[in-house]
Design a protein around this ligand. Sequence first.
Ligand SMILES: CC(C)(CO)C(=O)C(=O)O
Length: 364
Amino acid sequence: MGSLPVQDRKANVLVIGSGGVGTMAAYALEKGGKAEVTAVLRSNFEAVEESGFDIKSIDHGPDPILGWRPTYIRNTIPNVEKEARCSGGVSQPYDFIVVTTKNLADIPPSVASLIAPAVTPGRTSIALLQNGLNIEQPIIKAFPHSPVISGVPYIGAIENPPGTITHVNHDKLVISPFYNENISRERSENAAKELQQAYGLCTSVTCVYESRVEEARWRKLLYNASYNTTAAILGMDTSRMRASEFIIDDLVRPAMKEIQATAHAVSGVNLSDDMIEAIIRADNYKAFFRPSMLQDMVKGKFIELENILGEPLREAERAGVYTPTLKVIYSLLKGLQFKTKESKGLVKVPASGEGLKYGKKWGE
Ligand SMILES: CC(C)(CO)C(=O)C(=O)O
């Protein structure tokens, strides 16, 4: 399979992270007919091995899809070199690795170390279907000769219980190249276009190619840095936030305006006031939508804090943009992430206060 040029065969695609977003990506790629997907499953492996995925999808017809499986499923990240040795040296390099896991820059393992055994240097392109800013930097550093692709997903799909997917908001994926000085722009662009074509062959979803990766990523941050973050702190869906009015006026819109100013100062990207007003009202009001960061918080999971807020804030600081709202939101979320770290044993709070900056009384 690996020897034919990719245009004359199905692309060999590894999808890592098979919750709602990953399963719907695997489904669209297989349905398009130009990709053969291996999905890496974790907590849902047994359920899917036994009876496949059951999917109720807004995009893929009125009837539920029952017992669906991608071409291959597995519960470990493949080690392509080791597995080639075991099968007599026949290598099955992946053309694309599509990463749909959460991007938790402050929590190990890193995305780069997670995917490393599956990457064939110089051959595999790595697509990050994840939120946030500067997510490509550690990947380019770890795999300098691999094309890295940006995927900005707009999709509402939840897995509950394991193996059952409810897909409620249309799948729209914006694909762009992350440029990398070690390889030609043309190679980066071709890899991104190839993936966009394979995904877009599934005509019930929307998958578009945009060459200006910064624009696509800042535009999505308007929503993620404001709505996801405030929803997670307040424990509120976006309809209730809109019903309150003051949460939009005093928090969400000011946070969006700070992203707008930072995007312009850092990347020359113009995000208009009209775009802000449209994004404020983007969710179907009747859906009482809970952004992913709120869902993670409710489940006691880590939140994607650094790429959604930390990085934009660091960029703003470097560019001298004033971001008081985002800074307060960031500090509150850092506090919440600290609590999750403690609950999972990643940080220990010393009972005595010994050795802590604020562990003793002033003057002691
Ligand atoms: C825009 C939205 C709501 C869906 O993709 C999202 O990015 C999220 O909830 O994290």
